[in-house]
Design a protein around this ligand. Sequence first.
Ligand code: GAL
Length: 692
Amino acid sequence: MTSPLTHRFPYPTGSDGIRRLGYGADYNPEQWPREVWEEDVRLMREAGVNVVSLAIFSWARIQPTAETWDFEWLDEVMDLLHAGGIGVDLATATASPPPWLTTAHPEILPVTATGETLWPGARQHWRPTSPIFREHALHLVRKLATRYADHPALVAWHVSNELGCHNIYDYSDDAALAFREWLRRRYTTLDAFNHAWGTDFWSQRYSDWDQILPPRLAASHPNPTQQLDFKRFSSDALKNHLLAEREILSEITPAVPVTTNFMVMSGIKGMDYADWASSVDFVSNDHYTVSGPRSRDELSFCANLTSGLASHRPWFLMEHSTSAVNWQTVNLAKGPGELVRDSLLHVAHGADAVCFFQWRQSAAGAEKYHSAMVPHAGPDSELFRDVVALGRTLEALAPLAGSQREAARVAILFDWDSWWSSEHDSHPTSLLDYHREALDWYSALMDLGIRADVIPKLGTDLASYDVVIAPVLHVVAESLAKDLTRYVEGGGHLVTTYFSGIVDENDHVWLGGYPGALRDLLGIRIEEFGPLLDGDTVDLDNAATGSLWTDRISVAGTDVEVLARYRSGTYASRPAVTRRTTGQGSAAYVSTRLGVDGLAALLPQLLLPSGVTSDLPEQSRGVIEQVVRCDSESRYLFLVNRSDVSVPVPGLTGQVLVGLPGAEGLVLPPGEVAVLQQPTPQDTVPRTERAG
Ligand code: GAL
């Protein structure tokens, strides 16, 4: 991250003046008649709601025409919420431009790689690089900020909404102009630029900056560095929009913290949030589970990474769902207990606010079948009773507000450049899934009862971790190779995988044999990749099965142990998993995709030199996910039952904040969460205090 977060978090306080966890939703009162608003506030109070995000899609209501403004309805909603003791995370309303604007200025609409315009009719139909859009959006932001600067309900600013959800890649002429500017700043000279893009390949040498284009639909594979730089640029273009709105908000209301909702979840990869995190006063995230195996692990992984992005300070869960969403092939309702479990799992990983999309389920529009806190059935419903119960549970957890997640000994390194670049076209395989590989390592560790932090590569100090797992660390600049070498020599244990260390920051291959930048550190040399066809597998001599990838590995020195060899396939009898012991630490390499079970079987051996083992009792390993938050007085132990059966957890001490103590100790029903408060041992210091 570019600089440390200021971290200003909008904690609600109770009538006792003590801070609480935030609880609430996106609130879209403009979809409802006036008389519903009072009922909304009454029900919000009943549910314990203390914060809502307002005006996210209200531009057309606030500014019905270019010259007219209507704030009266919003004044009234703000006043009503304030009277109800509910804080407002006020959106800047710029997420969806109104029809009058797109009619007058169709040149603000995004354009796809094939030259098609994305027309109005849905939302987020704007180009991040359009000067006209920027001007209108900032005008609106200034008006809003000026009007509500002193409103007592205002607790935070919510810039736009999910920047980049639908408009991350725009290939318009505005984008082309801004891309050229971005490239000029990055490379300064055309020569440096031509070198970085490797333009002597396929006669792509540029003699003028104006010849450069975004990677629009081309006759064949577009230049890979052009693709990588366009991804970096697109992320930056949206971040610039965030900063432009932020500048106005900070000028008018310097005391009000600013955020924007990130989307750290599977399937969203366009925004480099490690780079964005220093642009907000507190990190917010939206997370939706996608039905399928290990979806709970995926939630945990994303919440964990969000904590990493927030430098392990508390963050704000801005959106998740009370039950079904509307955008999957089949939209399953959540089962009993899932609403609470999902919410508390986020809290375990540092969320100090739990909010939903949305407060009241819409009667019209594209999201009318998306669940909400008040469903179509109304407040006399099981769902609303669950919502009220969750409010009580979060109230009971008020003491942990402000505490931080206790550091794990193992880290999984997550890197947007490697994610983007490793999945490009014209590679040894198109089947590589960066996110899946990282998640598999996380699940395997959890299956062994071992906690890990998921941390962004950018700006993280690795030294505090005993083990760093860097799956598919494809892009390794010289400086990173040096950092990793220093880490290992100083006693760290690095584990990396296939297709790591291959290219530099310009996506140029490190020559002399793979894994290029990490070759010396790992003590191996690979002459050729051996990707596998979809469905093909290879056997290893440790009873594991590999898929997706194999490598033709030669071991370079006597300090390298072969932990497993291929038993079948093209590289039968060659090394498949290696470890070099060097300095005070070690560097291990896993050359194939082992999947969760294969990794869980291999991990004890990989972790051996570090001495890392599970800190859970034998019978709880794999069954319980344990996360600890702590402050100088208390530790908050979160225990999540990952299995489908009830699990006894004997021998625990402390005050039960959530969960049912039985005669024999705590019993955790399937999928449920317990939270215990224990005194913090004298020698434990929360990690940001430790870091100074
Ligand atoms: C988010 C968005 C919300 C709503 C929600 C539905 O992407 O911010 O406005 O659309 O998804 O799941």
